[in-house]
Design a protein around this ligand. Structure first.
Ligand code: FE2
Length: 312
């Protein structure tokens, strides 16, 4: 089905012919065929957006709420990335860049370092609005991108992306040390854990009432059920952010998180990225605890190949 037809085939998660075709051609970076969204897809966006309103008001940090406003996001229909970018670029230089699916870790981090955010364009089925392990456009645009309007947060993300991509480049530049595959996997695991417990599932003290917690992690900001669970459930363990713990802590993506970490402020988060970078440079991430997330040999191979072509 081509775009612009009167009966679009839709861009529903796992059921989007446009995406299947792009993948079969090996295309990772694509365009957003906006006319392909079906009425059901737009309804899915409307439902998701409408029910998040009161949860965002109650639990989201202030910069996210400001970001929603400055992006001009609304609940009427699936947004066009070109519209989002028109508002976003003048604020922080960030750009939502459409992708056909999973972006290998090194390439993902490298994009962040260039202020590009790999963005899923499919949307979850209207019949199943709750959390799903794979990202969709609601998670990426309504969960992540409002944070990218904030200069301090955007700079933190860039610094993280450069440090994470730099971890692979460092090992390549060392002239391929012993056990390079294991070390690359370890660094990617540490970086993925940091990203997970901050950018995806991070909690922060409220700036006015430090005893209260607010959400800044996008996995929570895009989940109607978990945003409240994360703040209110007595079943969740919430600890002050500790870098040595986070880089060694595994996680599961298919359930509500039982363990979350709290930072004091965006300045604190930035300091932790600085520390992470220093630990990476000194080799302290070369042997973190094994476990989740499992970094496959294929992932390591792709990351090494991409870093080698960049380092030269
Ligand atoms: Fe995400």
């Amino acid at each position: 089905m081509t775009s612009g037809t009167s009966h679009p085939s839709g861009l529903t998660t796992t059921r989007a012919p446009f995406i299947e075709e792009a993948r079969s051609r090996g295309e990772l970076f694509i365009h957003q065929p906006w006319d392909d969204y079906s009425e059901e897809n737009h309804q899915s966006w409307r439902n998701l957006y409408a029910r998040m309103q009161e949860r965002w008001e109650r639990h989201a940090n202030h910069r996210f709420l400001e970001g929603l406003g400055s992006l001009g996001l609304n609940g009427d229909e699936v947004p066009r990335l070109s519209d989002v970018n028109r508002f976003l670029a003048p604020l922080t230089g960030f750009e939502a860049k459409p992708v056909s699916g999973y972006v290998p870790a090194y390439l993902f981090f490298d994009c962040l370092g260039r202020r590009e955010f790999p963005t899923t364009i499919t949307i979850r089925d209207v019949a199943t609005p709750d959390y799903l392990p794979e990202p969709d456009i609601f998670h990426d645009i309504a969960g992540h991108v409002p944070m990218h309007t904030d200069p301090a947060f955007a700079d933190t993300l860039v610094r993280f992306g450069k440090a994470a991509a730099g971890a692979v480049e460092r090992l390549v530049a060392q002239g391929n040390p012993e056990e390079i595959e294991e070390r690359v996997a370890s660094n990617l695991r540490a970086m993925a854990r940091f990203f997970w417990f901050t950018i995806e599932f991070g909690l922060m003290r409220d700036r006015e009432n430090p005893d209260e917690l607010r959400v800044y992690g996008s996995g929570l900001l895009s989940s109607y059920g978990e945003i409240e669970y994360a703040i209110e459930s007595p079943a969740v363990q919430r600890y002050p952010f500790q870098l040595e713990w986070v880089i060694n802590q595994g996680f599961r993506i298919d359930r509500y998180q039982p363990l979350l970490f709290v930072v004091d402020s965006f300045d604190h988060l930035f300091e932790e990225v600085t520390k992470l970078e220093a630990w990476m440079q000194s080799g302290r991430l070369d042997h973190v605890a094994p476990g989740e997330p499992v970094i496959s040999p294929e992932e390591v191979r792709i990351s090494l190949e991409a870093a080698r072509s960049k380092v030269g």
